[in-house]
Design a binder for this molecule. Structure first.
Ligand code: ADP
Length: 205
């Protein structure tokens, strides 16, 4: 897919009947999320989120793809940030990307034993990214599925956290200024998980 405009992303949002309603239906919220399958480095939005590691100096997976696409000036800016703690987020410019900014967030490495702590850290990744976006007058943001690749977080659990945190944020006072949260998936499997769970958090009226 080479769809990378907001309009095209809007058309790709998933609208299906709610399986389990956990929030009051709000049709305007459905207009404010999208699901997009493809390469996040091609998405033309105010900010894309990078699933980084604590060094912020690049790595594999989506992190490697973002550094490769943004160019070496990104690495230079990241060197000045002195890393980032797990669950926290830092912002840079987007350089050669269509996105104006990159929000680097450090997801937890999953271990079943500490799953409560991991869930809190993953929630914090989404929350701090969204707060940082608002502080920087960003109006649309694209998230990859943080921690679910090399860091092994189970996709369904991680997707519940992503959707719940986005919903709470969009409902909040500061979230009202926000236009759109785009969830970017790479695999068909992950896409199906999002398609199944989105109606639970963003039920149509
Ligand atoms: P983590 O280390 O946080 O687990 P990964 O980069 O390994 O991060 O994986 C996070 C998710 O990003 C995975 O679902 C992976 O398939 C996906 N991914 C990898 N490359 C891209 C890309 N270019 N665009 C969007 N998603 C990507």
């Amino acid at each position: 897919k080479d769809i990378n405009t907001i309009a095209a992303l809007y058309k790709s949002s998933v609208l299906k009947p709610a399986a389990k309603v956990q929030f009051q239906p709000n049709p305007s919220l459905l207009d404010r999320i999208s699901l997009f399958q493809g390469d996040i480095t091609r998405v033309d939005v105010d900010a894309i989120v990078n699933a980084a590691n604590r060094s912020l100096l690049g790595g594999g997976g989506v992190d490697g793809a973002i550094h490769a696409a943004a160019g070496h000036k990104l690495l230079e800016e990241c060197r000045g940030l002195n890393g980032c703690l797990t669950g926290e987020s830092k912002i840079t410019r987007g350089y050669k990307l269509p996105a104006r900014h990159i929000i680097h967030t450090v997801g937890p490495v999953y271990t079943f034993r500490d799953k409560e702590e991991k869930a809190a850290q993953l929630t914090s990744c989404y929350k701090t990214s969204l707060e940082l976006a608002v502080d920087n007058a960003i109006r649309h943001i694209a998230f990859p599925s943080i921690s679910t690749g090399i860091y092994s977080y189970p996709i369904a659990d991680a997707t519940h956290i992503a959707l719940n945190t986005a919903r709470m944020f969009l409902d909040s006072e500061q979230g009202r200024k926000f236009e759109r949260v785009i969830f970017v998936v790479w695999s068909n499997e992950d896409k199906h998980v999002y398609e199944k769970l989105i109606p639970e958090y963003f039920p149509p009226a």
